[in-house]
Design a protein. Structure first.
Length: 301
C-alpha cells in the first residue's frame, strides 16, 4: 500500500514509529507537511500538490495534525478524502474532537460520565458558575489549550473568581470543571484502535502538580482497566467518530469520567509504559480497513 502521514515533525517519535512499522510490513510510506500542501478545490477532479508535485495513487493517510494547524490540516485531509484516499481518522471527527466544548456536549448527550462542566461568557455570572460545578477547588481550562497548558487549579472561591475574571478579561474561551480530588493527580490514557482498547497507562502528576501530562513531568505506568473503563473509552472514541484515539479518564467515586478524547495521541509514553507495538497495530488496522472512498462524509462535512 501507498500511505502518507500528514505531519509537520518527521523526527517526532510517533511519526518515526509509524513510518518504521509501515516499512516493516512492506508498505510505501512518506511524511508530508500539511502546511506545504496546496490544492485545486474547484475542478471536477480534486487534486493535491506538495512542493511542486501532484500527490496521487495514495491508498491511505495517517493524519498527525497539530492543534495549532487544525484548520489547514483538516482542509488538506478533506481534499484527500474527496480524492478517495482512506483516512485513519476522518477530518470531521478530528474537527469535532478538537472543539473541547462541542466534544463534551456530544459525550454528555450519549450518557458518558464526565466532570461537572460549566461554560459562561459574562463576568456577572462567575459566582453562579462556580456554584454550578460544586464550588472550589475547581479546574479552569482554556478551550484552546493543549498538553496541560492553560489549565489552572483554583483552590479557593476567591482564587477561582480572580482567574476566571482574568481569562474573560482577555476574551479567552474557558470552561470550568469540578475537581475530582479522589483521582489524586492521576489519570488513565486509553489508546483505542478500531473499537478496541489496545493499550492503557496510568499517568501520575509529579509532586506539587495536579496535571498528569507527561510533557509536564508526569510519570507513566502500566494499568489494569476495569470493564467499565474499557467500555467508556471505546464508546467515547466511537461518539467522536475516531478510529484511533487517546481517551483520558479519571477514576471518580461515581465511576470513570472522560476528560478528553485526543485524535492524534502520542505513542512514546504508551509504548514505553506498556511495551506494546501500538504503531504496528495502527498499520494492521489500516491494512484490514482501507478501501477507496471509505469515509462516512465522502469529504462533504
Amino acid at each position: 500500500m501507498k500511505i502518507i502521514i500528514l505531519s509537520r515533525g518527521p523526527r517526532l517519535y510517533s511519526t518515526k514509529r509509524l513510518v518504521e512499522a509501515a516499512k516493516q510490513k512492506g508498505h510505501e510510506i512518506r511524511v508530508v507537511d500539511s502546511l506545504r500542501c496546496y490544492m485545486n478545490i474547484s475542478s471536477n477532479k480534486p487534486t493535491l500538490h506538495y512542493k511542486g508535485e501532484e500527490i496521487s495513487d495514495i491508498d491511505a493517510v495517517i493524519p498527525r495534525i497539530g492543534a495549532s494547524v487544525t484548520f489547514y490540516g483538516t482542509a488538506v485531509l478533506r481534499q484527500l478524502e474527496m480524492m478517495g484516499v482512506f483516512p485513519l481518522n476522518e477530518s470531521v471527527a478530528i474537527t469535532r474532537s478538537r472543539d473541547k466544548l462541542r466534544s463534551l456536549q456530544l459525550l454528555s448527550r450519549k450518557g458518558i460520565g464526565m466532570p461537572v462542566t460549566g461554560f459562561a461568557n459574562s463576568p456577572d455570572d462567575i459566582p453562579d458558575l462556580i456554584k454550578m460545578v460544586g464550588g472550589a477547588p475547581l479546574v479552569i481550562k482554556l478551550l484552546e489549550g493543549t498538553q496541560g497548558i492553560g489549565v489552572v487549579l483554583a483552590e479557593t472561591k476567591k482564587a477561582a473568581e480572580s482567574v476566571i475574571e482574568a481569562f474573560l478579561g482577555l476574551k479567552a474561551n474557558i470552561m470550568v470543571q469540578e475537581y475530582i480530588k479522589e483521582a489524586g493527580g492521576a489519570d488513565i490514557r486509553c489508546l483505542v484502535v478500531g473499537g478496541k482498547v489496545v493499550a492503557a497507562m496510568k499517568r501520575q502528576a509529579k509532586e506539587g502538580e495536579f496535571r498528569s501530562n507527561l510533557h509536564r513531568g508526569g510519570s507513566a505506568t502500566l494499568v489494569k482497566l476495569t470493564p467499565e473503563e474499557r467500555k467508556t473509552a471505546v464508546k467515547a472514541a466511537q461518539i467522536m467518530g475516531l478510529n484511533v484515539a487517546g481517551v483520558d479518564l479519571l477514576r471518580a467515586e461515581r465511576g470513570p469520567v472522560v476528560m478528553e478524547v485526543n485524535s492524534s495521541p502520542g505513542l512514546e509514553g504508551i509504548e514505553s509504559a506498556t511495551g506494546k507495538d501500538v504503531a504496528g497495530m495502527i498499520i494492521d488496522f489500516i491494512e484490514k480497513t482501507a478501501k477507496p472512498h471509505k469515509t462516512k462524509t465522502k469529504g462533504k462535512g
